[in-house]
Design a protein around this ligand. Sequence first.
Ligand code: IYR
Length: 222
Amino acid sequence: MTKSTYIRYEPVKYSIEEMLYRSFSFRQWLATRRSVRDFSDETVPEEILENIIRAAVTSPSGANKQPWTFCVVSNPQLKKEIRIAAEKEEYESYHGRMSEEWINDLAVLGTDWHKPFLETAPFLIVVFKRIYELTNNSEKKSNYYVQESVGIACGLMIAAIHHAGLITLTHTPSPMQFLSKILHRPENERAFLLLPVGYPAVNAEVPNIARKPFEEVCVWYK
Ligand code: IYR
């Protein structure tokens, strides 16, 4: 067993006034984030994408295993292949695989099987979860709380995308095996989430939906 070594944590210290201001402005700014499906094809400097992914990988993870791989796709041929394969699955989903209740619940979003953003957006970030690790001699090593860890990393990444002044949406074509095939991912990886990243199209619109009232989602036990 490897023994732990500790290093000093360098805390940031703000005054109460600063904390009130920072927490308020951060939540107000986060509230301006929306899932946007209408992308411009305007390109984005690669360094911005790199910064976004470097932000995501600061995420905590089970036993610090960091069980994720972020694939950044800008190649137009690959984006086209992904769109064709995703739309094929989505067509099946919207025409029988999803329950009537599910289809009704999606009505407010106005989504359907067409996914033009998979080609229009300059970048697709395809997030893979690593369900285990393989050592050099093909021994399997465990990862822990993979779903939670990768989910948290994606949350940070969505905030980083918004912070950079770009848009995204969480796209989950189902099933997603086609992504492993197209991107030639190894057997220990499973597609987790697909995030197109770019600028919104001119006059892009979003569904007129609201977040739940705070009182409904937060319970205090004082
Ligand atoms: N994956 C489909 C359907 C879909 C499902 C949920 I839950 C959403 O919040 C939105 C869409 C699609 O991307 O259209």
